[in-house]
Design a protein around this ligand. Sequence first.
Ligand code: NDP
Length: 338
Amino acid sequence: NKRVIFRDFVTGFPKESDMHVTSGTIKLKVPEGSNAVLLKNLYLSCDPSMRGRMSSFTEGRYIGSYIPGLPINGYGVAKVLDSGHPNFKKGDLVWGRIDWEEYSLNPAPEALFKIQHTDVPLSYYTGILGMPGMTAYAGFYEICSPKKGENVFISAASGAVGQLVGQFAKLLGCYVVGSAGSKDKVDLLKEKFGFDEAFNYNEEPDLAAVLKRYFPEGIDIYFENVGGKMLDAVLLNMRVHCRIAACGMISQYNLEKHAGVHNLANVILRQARIEGFLAPSYFHKHPQLLELVLPYIREGKITYVEDITEGIESGPSALVGLFRGRNFGKQVVVVARE
Ligand code: NDP
């Protein structure tokens, strides 16, 4: 049983060597009388929030740090090989939190979601049909209260969450602009996801001026994924009653001290609203996400781009790549395909 073991707490940018892969054995049977399920793990999701769990610092976090010497964990898709739990049987497919290992004995399967729809790629349950999908759904529809024709800006727009928010906004009839870190990602936004405009923030020394150019009348909705300088530039370009969904601030996650925000006072003048949210608080709405998104996927009205690496050994490199923008779409690690 190969496992990705967390070495020690991290400061600054995480490195591949902060984790290592070990090999061991596991009994492929649930112990007699136990409520556990035995999982064969198929797809692992790489999520920026996993960085927070690599710090020893836990204050203000809703989930604990990884424990040095034990496997890291995150969202993923798995198959039930054996079950002592009445709600699960051999062959069931599930998504939820799983350890980064080939096989897991999961003592609390109640927290897992059963997968009912398998006519779409199973890996989608790490992305569009899983936690990032819920993030885009809750952040856009619930937090931003979007209306047709509004001006929407999305940062980290080609990633797991951003690509979906952009497509939701286009389907609603909004004007949509995204930022990303390379020319290839900018092309993807415009050509594959139908964004009206997109720009490479690494090539723009004056972000406030770029936003002014794309939003001469101001931004109605900002889906915030990066924080830092981009947030400050948005604060200078808000339309009255602008809504900012504070989803993530990845530009700050590896800094010892977070950058200050300079233009916050504009929130008053523009009568704007900034609201943070956490996807798991909306998981009870997962059926609504499926109801909305599955038909769009089947009809080809929404596409979802994944960056898939093969083998559990590729996990550490794929995970740390998120913080260098190496992923092209949703980063997924395949442990096994069935
Ligand atoms: P992505 O798939 O977008 O991957 C992360 C991307 O962030 C990278 O590809 C890179 O894209 C960009 N990035 C990395 N470092 C920086 C930086 N210093 N400045 C600007 N951009 C950077 O990740 P997700 O879609 O999964 O997550 C997007 C955001 O949403 C994150 O902030 C994450 O923490 C947050 N999130 C919040 C949730 C919640 O419940 N609130 C749930 C899920 C995610 P590029 O090359 O374009 O720079």
